[in-house]
Design a protein around this ligand. Structure first.
Ligand code: AMP
Length: 419
């Protein structure tokens, strides 16, 4: 016990689950690299204005959930609540868009939102994200979706649904927005929701309360109100998903919590997770670079929540406990033997054979117990008498069978056995 525990809404990612956490990051990272996405890392905090301008003042994320603080010189800084605004900021700051189109990047890290804590919803959470910046090609929207699907599938996650919508663009959305507002103003809504109708009417469509949903059956839908260019874009995306046999559900009431989205938006939901069912989501944000003072750079991206992906794996009965990798465990009795064993362990590791040993002068019984716990297939047992005879005992931990092997043949023998 310590006097302190991790702050509310944060967590320690502990073994044996932490290996799975890492595996998810590596799995997505390798796959994105193979698709031309390069890794980017941005600071954990940014100027508050970046998120206010980028994510949008009227969003819950900005108005209620940011960890904003003043540093010692009085600057207003905010722990990043999401990844996209900072990645676009970095691209513009370093003029990466001058090198290639689209700039394809991926990232990983902790994000921070002061939210009501519940299962699957924490105040520090981890995301893997991908962004393709500088392309209006609807095929890039499809590439993004396909990569997220591939990532989940390769982890063994299959019971997820892809929800898909288009939010229109700066031409057709305002017209739709006004139409929706007119419809919503005629409904029986509480004061806060009525206020939302005026500020962010699309969010009302997303209201989970049954008394609100019951009134939305006849609401005008964005997908019936797209301009020709947006309708064409959307038809291309859905057509290509069909060709790839990637199943999706049209979700004309889907909106997302960040203001920058236009045209394609999507969310991956997992039905094994309860209320916080989104395991990832994203969309197109053609206007964001300009909002941040840059040139026009149509872009698309997504973020996948690692914690929720682990919950999804668990819900599907996948094994998320991953013990440390160990094939060979060294057990030494006596000081000279300890040194020899350590040399074996080092040589095995160099030969890519996972190896570990008992430290702290453990006695034989304790050391053999540690060997069993390690999950190793073989133990190298070395006593002073073995050493004098120039051999080590190689013990097969499954069968208990023990054979002496000449000291200079130990590493090669293990290499052969473990091939
Ligand atoms: P968003 O940026 O809100 O679209 O989030 C992208 C993904 O991050 C979501 O689909 C979740 O998987 C994950 N996520 C977002 N907020 C939280 C949170 N408070 N706790 C855990 N995961 C989260």
């Amino acid at each position: 016990m310590s006097t302190f525990s991790a702050p509310r809404g944060t967590f320690d990612m502990l073994p044996p689950y932490s290996e799975t956490f890492n595996r998810i990051r590596i799995q997505f990272g390798l796959e994105l690299r193979d698709a031309g996405y390069q890794y980017i890392e941005t600071p954990a905090f940014e100027d508050t204005g970046l998120f206010v301008r980028g994510v949008g003042e009227s969003t819950d994320v900005v108005s209620k959930e940011m960890y904003t603080f003043q540093d010692r010189s009085g600057r207003s800084l905010t722990l990043r609540p999401e990844g996209t605004a900072a990645v676009v900021r970095a691209v513009l700051q370093h003029n990466l868009q001058a090198q290639r189109h689209p700039v394809k990047l991926w990232y990983f890290g902790p994000y921070f939102r002061y939210e009501a804590v519940q299962a699957g919803r924490t105040r520090q959470f981890h995301q893997i994200g991908a962004e393709a910046i500088g392309s209006a090609d609807p095929l890039v929207d499809v590439e993004m979706i396909a990569l997220a699907v591939e990532g989940f599938q390769k982890l063994g996650v299959s019971d997820f649904r892809l929800l898909l919508n288009s939010l229109g663009c700066k031409e057709c959305r305002p017209v739709y927005r006004a139409k929706l507002q007119e419809f919503l103003r005629g409904l029986d809504l509480d004061e806060e929701t009525r206020r939302r109708v005026e500020i962010n009417p699309l969010r009302v469509l997303d209201d989970k309360r049954p008394e609100v949903q019951a009134q939305l059956d006849d609401a005008p839908l964005i997908t019936d109100n797209l301009c020709e260019a947006c309708a064409e874009h959307h038809a291309f995306v859905t057509g290509m998903l069909d060709e790839l046999k990637i199943a999706y559900e049209p979700a004309p009431k889907l909106v997302r919590g960040l203001d920058y989205y236009v045209r394609t938006i999507f969310e991956f939901v997992h039905d094994g997770l309860g209320a916080q069912s989104a395991i990832g989501g994203g969309g197109r944000y053609d206007g964001l670079a300009q909002d941040l003072g840059g040139p026009e750079l149509p872009s698309v991206g997504w973020a996948v929540g690692i914690g929720r992906t682990m919950l999804a794996m668990e819900a599907e009965g996948l094994d998320i406990e991953m013990p440390a990798d160990c094939d060979v465990y060294g057990v030494a009795l006596g000081e000279s033997a300890r040194r020899e064993i350590f040399k074996f362990v080092t040589a095995l590791r160099l030969a890519d054979i996972p190896a570990d040993m008992a430290f702290d002068h453990k006695k034989l019984k304790g050391a053999m117990k540690a060997a069993a716990q390690s999950g190793a297939r073989y133990a190298i047992v070395l006593g002073e008498r073995d050493l004098a005879e120039g051999v080590a005992q190689l013990k097969d931990l499954a069968t208990g069978e023990q054979t002496p092997v000449a000291l200079d043949a130990v590493v090669d023998t293990l290499k052969e056995k473990l091939q």
